[in-house]
Write a new protein. Structure first.
Length: 326
């Protein structure tokens, strides 16, 4: 709920009911799995000061109220309310009795490293103070907009993420905002384990070769720790999951950092989401990286001309210097 009317559209599938705002002033998105719904009922506009408005018809007197298990209730002002309610209840009942997606628990606290190791980390008091303040801001957002799969995504959340996600909530926010939680919820519970049984493919040898270069300075990924095995599992499973990409260098580094905050299976779905957003980066020909390296070189030439001229004078290409950043 946002406290003021927002025009948008409801999108319904067999497993989800979604709302997407159509106003520039408030980029609001919410996706609710039917299994996370606890009630669908009729209501009057005076029952709630917070509602979501559809179309250009103004606020209708009859509302459709949808409540989630996170105790968030959304109020919709919608034409043909009774017809929509009946259809939603049918889909809701079908989801509860049929082959609906699993729900996953994202509402939990995360340590900076997995529980299987204990690494003492000494942060400055200034950092800890800022971290605590940011945790409070995120908790306030969760209280108002829900958590887990039903988290309401707004411009405020986008700004909070850009300011920095507290370590405690990184797993939660990464999974929800990337779409990885939805990918995981829609998949069969044995999908990831089944990929681990597929054996060797063209990517296996390259993955095995890269594992010892994946954050070796971190105790979790040292030679005799479980992290290296878990990382290999995810990368090999992904190479079967997305055979177009298979495996590309740098995927190991990204996945290793994810594993410091999320579980093995969550990291797999996060990698799947990331690669779907930037497919040209994770590509055997590295098309996305090549294009962005050239753009970056042009920007340096325009905005940092003395630096560009100096690098050119000593024979050091900007693209070679900046490759690790892309």
């Amino acid at each position: 709920s946002t406290g003021s009317p927002i025009t948008g559209m409801m999108i319904v599938s067999n497993f989800f009911v979604s709302f997407l705002s159509t106003e520039d002033k408030e980029d609001l998105k919410v996706v609710i799995p039917f299994l996370d719904i606890t009630s669908i009922r009729k209501g009057k506009s005076q029952e709630s000061d917070e509602y979501v408005e559809f179309g250009q018809l103004g606020l209708l007197p009859d509302l459709l109220l949808i409540k989630t298990r996170d105790n968030v209730e959304l109020s919709f002002s919608i034409v043909y309310r009774n017809r929509v309610r009946d259809q939603l209840i049918k889909l809701w009942n079908d989801a509860k009795t049929g082959s609906a997606p699993i729900t996953i628990n994202l509402i939990r606290d995360h340590k900076i490293t997995p529980d299987i190791i204990a690494v003492p980390i000494n942060f400055s008091s200034d950092y800890l103070e800022k971290e605590s303040a940011q945790e409070g801001v995120f908790l306030e957002y969760f209280e108002k907009h829900g958590r887990g799969l039903t988290l309401i995504k707004t411009k405020t959340l986008t700004n909070l993420v850009r300011q920095g996600i507290p370590n405690k909530f990184r797993a939660h926010v990464w999974m929800v905002t990337s779409g990885a939680a939805m990918l995981m919820a829609k998949s069969k519970s044995d999908y990831y384990p089944s990929l681990l049984t597929k054996g060797v493919n063209d990517a296996t040898e390259i993955i095995d070769r890269d594992l010892h270069r994946s954050c070796p300075e971190h105790v979790f990924f040292s030679e005799h720790q479980a992290g290296r095995q878990i990382l290999g599992n995810i990368l090999k499973a992904f190479s079967w999951h997305n055979q177009t990409i298979g495996y590309c260098q740098s995927m190991n580094i990204v996945c290793a950092w994810l594993l410091l905050f999320v579980s093995e299976e969550e990291a797999f779905y996060l990698m799947s989401a990331i690669c779907s957003y930037i497919p040209d980066y994770y590509h055997r020909e590295m098309i996305g990286s090549i294009v962005d390296l050239k753009i970056f070189e042009d920007l340096v030439k325009i905005h940092l001309r003395p630096l560009y001229d100096h690098l050119k004078k000593i024979g050091l290409a900007v693209q070679l210097l900046s490759l690790p950043w892309f």
